[in-house]
Design a protein around this ligand. Structure first.
Ligand SMILES: [Zn+2]
Length: 1009
């Protein structure tokens, strides 16, 4: 470009800015620079140079005020924020923020914790000097608004505080690592808030405390910067996809605000709870050019306060309006994002009485300036997008930074102008949360002290605690009235005949919770998050929203497999109880003797114990037995030859209660193994398996971690491992992708390695010189060999589909569903074979997480893909003589009874006919047939929480199957038992498989032929 062009562009920009400034009325603070304050000319010129169109900036960010004492981002970046080719590591961003802190009394930096890989997370407070001096005082004031009980819910007292307190607006950047713009945008924003003397920025500085976490996913940011450096050093080549972000998960780091399993969520949550900001605003990049998607589309989460929905509209409306006046195209606030799931990071605010916000700005996945071509739906003008983005445009990271900063500044200004209203709303929402039992209910949730899964109950309570929800414990038993159940009526108003008898039984009208039961009171400020997690969700198949953005159901009591009772009787709140903060389950050995029995209630802690006491002799009882007047269920763990003290201290730590027996029970037992585990991953995507690593790490269960590439070249898998876990892959998990990986016949290698150029790329995970090769057919053969030699391969959803398609199991067919719509829901499953060790500890009904899981069908003929159930079955006699139950006749001979058709349940294989058994090498011998452990519930019972549409397609089909292969087993899950730290109730299906890997045939009942 010539100099002449740039000076003309500068003129256009100036005119734009002047026009935009005029768009604001007299009396409103005009956006734009203070003419008395000098501008950093060099910095400003570069900003302009990197902005690709004059309308991709605003009067708020088209200049940078100069300062003699405060360094600009250039001091660290070597160029301006958003410059092409420049992505700072997190530590450089921090370095700059700390330079600001040193240079300006308007900046304070706080450390807010570390990541899984030990990197620091920070929050930067920006406000006037006097505001920052009073930050602690202000924190106390906001604390009172956040907990209106401290004001006795007195509105007049609240108003006094509303008049004094300074609101806090919390901005978080780059949780999604390939969305790279936020850190530099936030560096420059911090500079502006510290230095700019224009009235507009002064309003913000005097009226709001801006809190910024510039990098949320710090581990992932550093890896992304490495990948980008590699890309810059290899122009013209393909560069590796960011296959690892954080230690455990990628994109799902923004789905953790329910389970709070990741450090980044916990750190932001604690920062939120400490400072009580009124807004949590999370920055993302995907949609052009600025989609303020908080108000998005319905359905809205049912547990948010409607005041919040109004606030979303207010702030968002003003945000779009102001940027429209600046002439910036592509700014809008509706679109295809529903606000149903509370799993997003921003939702910490939504369900803790604040305001959640989220921007999708446009990004290039790095700092290259690139010509981008949009999809028609992106550039179409719609009712909510009057000034849509352009179909084709050159886009730069600077453009992105202009949009992010402008959006934030107009939001901050609007917030500052209306701070009293927002502070009052903050108080009102908290007050309404405290009044919840009276106004809408329930009164509380109760978790009974006699729940057999106390360690899992504890895990659920720990989630509540991480959510800063108050937990109480009953000092004595409490009896509450149960809500009257509505009579079930069949269609047409008549009761069904078979239901009449049931309804006549007297229903209990009260429920007594024993002393020690946990109570989560709803008369507390954070009642909404507790209610949202513990209640049930219903997403109507008739909902106009046909594409749910994320999970539709998550009821934690169900997914944890523990009882959570929704109590509407207000009397519960008067029961004697005490707040508890130190959550433990009393454990330890009871009784006298040298043999110990531990009841199995499918608690994952049992596996932790097995691995902690690796050398101990532990056996699983195959049937129930009686000892000391007590009945022990199948799967009870019998420990022998172990020092009592050792078992006692381990069980105390884990909350388990072994009982010492006088002698070993005479029941049949088999060894329970601390099996050697390999967790298998692909180089396609590591996120979904990441949740499995997280679960195993938390339980203290060791495993090796290797890729499909590695095992393809490992000849002695069985010598090294007993169990290979092959968790779901996610979107890319087709057999073609698993086996072939990415194409290697063309293109360049995609290394994932620690080098001088990429020093931070490899964390505590895996590395390879080339991410492209897959498992290969040789790898499939290795897996087959491993199982045939007695190993267990555990497969889930898409990897189960792979196992079936790759021929690792001939008795289970796996098909993708066609009309079924189960979008991340909690569904019912039923125990089919309680004698299988996989089911130890489980009852007849098991709630599980399902996401359109593949539909399994069993067959007794290898290679048979045909499902006879298609087409009309001849269930009745043919047309002919006689009554319906009589045989037909043929003239000239007697009628014959027709042979009975073999019958089967949906989850069973179709029994073989005599004809099929004739000379048929495909017939699978009974001992090699698949065994169904759990099946999906009947269609009417399938939905527990979320969305189930067309459930008939998967109803009654197998949900967990054990398919023998040679001496080993391929275990297949259609449900996903390990998901986002939310499904602890089904973890033991996996852990049982692991610990019983060489005894999975226990209790098998084989057909006779
Ligand atoms: Zn994102």
């Amino acid at each position: 470009m010539t100099r002449g062009f740039w000076s003309k562009l500068a003129l256009v920009l100036f005119i734009c800015a002047a026009l935009a400034a005029k768009a604001f009325a007299d009396g409103e603070t005009q956006p734009g620079r203070d003419r008395k304050q000098p501008v950093d000319e060099a910095y400003t010129a570069k900003m302009k140079k990197y902005t690709t169109e004059p309308f991709f900036t605003s009067p708020l960010v088209d200049y940078l005020p100069a300062s003699k004492t405060v360094p600009t981002p250039e001091a660290v970046l070597g160029d301006v924020s958003g410059a092409p080719g420049i992505l700072p590591y997190a530590e450089d961003v921090y370095k700059y923020m700390r330079m600001l802190e040193k240079a300006s009394p308007r900046v304070k930096v706080f450390s807010i914790g570390t990541t899984e890989e030990g990197r620091e997370m920070i929050a930067v407070a920006l406000s006037s000097e006097s505001n920052l001096k009073k930050m602690e005082e202000n924190r106390a004031l906001l604390g009172k608004l956040a907990d209106p009980r401290s004001l006795n819910l007195n509105d007049a007292e609240a108003d006094k505080i509303v008049g004094q307190a300074m609101p806090i607006y919390y901005v978080t950047g780059t949780i999604h690592s390939p969305e790279t713009g936020a850190p530099t945008a936030l560096m420059e924003l911090a500079y502006r808030l510290a230095v700019d003397e224009s009235p507009y920025i002064k309003d913000i500085r005097d009226g709001v405390i801006t809190l910024i976490t510039p990098v949320v996913e710090v581990d992932g940011r550093d890896r992304m910067v490495d990948i980008y450096r590699w890309h810059l050093a290899h122009p013209g080549q393909n560069y590796p996809n960011l296959v690892y972000w954080g230690k455990y998960v990628a994109h799902d780091n923004n789905r953790d605000a329910m389970g709070v399993t990741l450090k980044l969520t916990e750190n932001v949550m604690n920062t939120y709870a400490k400072w009580n900001p009124q807004v949590l605003h999370d920055l993302h990049e995907s949609v052009p050019y600025l989609y303020d998607n908080t108000i998005g589309d319905g359905p809205y989460n049912a547990w948010i306060d409607p005041i919040l929905a109004d606030e979303w509209n207010l702030i968002s409306g003003r945000n779009v309006a102001d940027m429209t006046k600046f002439g910036m195209p592509g700014v809008f606030s509706h679109g295809d994002f529903d606000t149903w799931s509370p799993g997003y990071l921003m939702f910490i605010a939504a369900l803790h009485n604040g305001i959640s916000r989220l921007y999708e700005t446009f990004g290039n996945g790095g700092a290259d300036t690139v010509e981008r071509t949009l999809e028609p739906e992106d550039y179409a003008r719609t009712w909510y997008k009057q000034n849509p983005p352009l179909p084709k445009v050159m886009w730069s990271q600077r453009d992105n930074n202009n949009y992010e900063q402008t959006g934030l500044l107009v939001s901050l200004h609007y917030f500052s102008e209306n701070k009293r209203m927002f502070l009052k709303n903050f108080y009102l929402k908290a007050k309404r949360s405290v009044e919840k039992p009276k106004t809408e209910g329930p009164a509380a949730y109760a978790l009974p002290a006699d729940d057999p899964r106390r360690t899992v109950q504890l895990e659920l309570l720990k989630v509540m605690q991480k959510q800063h929800v108050e937990i109480s414990r009953l000092a004595s038993a409490a009896t509450v009235a149960l809500p009257r159940k509505k009579e079930k009526k069949a269609k047409g108003g008549e009761k069904k005949a078979d239901e009449k008898g049931k309804d006549e039984k007297p229903q209990p009208t009260t429920r007594t919770f024993p002393a020690g039961s946990y109570v989560i009171r709803m008369d507390q400020p954070y009642s909404r998050i507790a209610d949202a997690l513990l209640d049930y969700q219903y997403w109507s198949p008739e909902d106009p929203q046909k594409t749910p953005y994320d999970d539709t159901g998550w009821t934690f009591g169900e997914l944890f497999g523990v009882e959570v009772s929704r109590v509407t009787d207000m009397k519960i709140l008067d029961a004697p109880m005490e707040r508890v903060t130190d959550l433990t389950v009393p454990g330890g050995v009871k009784g006298e003797g040298t043999v110990f029995a531990i009841e199995n209630h499918a608690e994952p802690a049992l596996a932790s114990l097995r691995y902690q006491l690796k050398e101990a002799d532990m056996q699983a009882a195959e049937e129930q037995f009686e000892a000391g007047g007590k009945n022990y269920p199948p799967g009870t763990i019998v420990v022998r030859g172990l020092d009592r003290g050792q078992l006692d201290s381990a069980s105390k730590e884990l909350g388990l209660s072994p009982v010492a027996l006088a002698s070993a029970p005479s029941v049949k037992m088999h060894p329970l193994r601390a099996a050697r585990i390999l967790l298998l991953h692909t180089w396609l995507s590591t996120q979904t398996e990441g949740w499995w690593r997280l679960a195993l790490d938390r339980l203290g269960i060791p495993y090796d971690y290797a890729s499909t590439q590695t095992i393809a070249g490992t000849s002695d898998l069985r010598e090294k491992y007993d169990v290979i876990l092959f968790p779901p892959i996610g979107g890319a998990g087709s057999i073609d992708n698993i086996v072939n990986g990415l194409p290697t016949n063309w293109g360049n290698p995609l290394p994932w390695q620690k080098t001088e150029l990429t020093p931070k790329l490899v964390g505590r995970n895996d590395s390879t010189p080339d991410m492209r090769p897959g498992l290969t057919w040789a790898g499939v053969a290795r897996l087959q060999e491993f199982v045939s030699d007695g190993g267990v391969l555990l497969t889930v959803t898409d990897t189960a589909q792979f196992a079936s398609q790759a021929g690792l199991t001939s008795s289970v067919n796996s098909a993708s569903s066609e009309k079924l719509k189960i979008i991340g829901s909690v569904v019912g499953t039923r125990l089919v074979d309680g004698a299988s060790p996989i089911a130890y500890g489980y009852g007849e009904k098991v709630a599980a997480y399902c996401d359109n899981g593949p539909v399994f069908s069993l067959t007794n003929m290898a290679g048979s893909r045909r499902r006879r159930r298609l087409g009309p079955a001849m269930g009745e006699r043919a047309t002919g003589r006689g009554t319906k139950s009589e045989p037909d006749f043929a003239v000239g001979r007697l009628g014959v009874e027709t042979p009975e058709e073999p019958e089967n349940e949906v989850w069973e294989a179709l029994p073989l006919t005599d004809e099929q058994r004739r000379n048929n090498p495909r017939v699978i011998p009974p001992a090699m047939r698949a065994r169904v452990v759990l099946r999906y519930a009947d269609a009417k019972d399938l939905l527990i929480s979320g969305l189930v549409e067309g459930g008939g397609e998967i109803a009654q089909h197998p949900a967990v199957v054990d398919a023998p292969l040679g001496k080993g087993h391929v275990v297949m899950f259609s449900i996903n038992p390990v998901w986002r730290g939310e499904t602890q109730g089904t973890y033991s299906l996996v852990l049982n498989t692991v610990m019983n890997f060489d005894s999975l045939n226990t209790g098998r009942k084989d057909a006779e032929k």
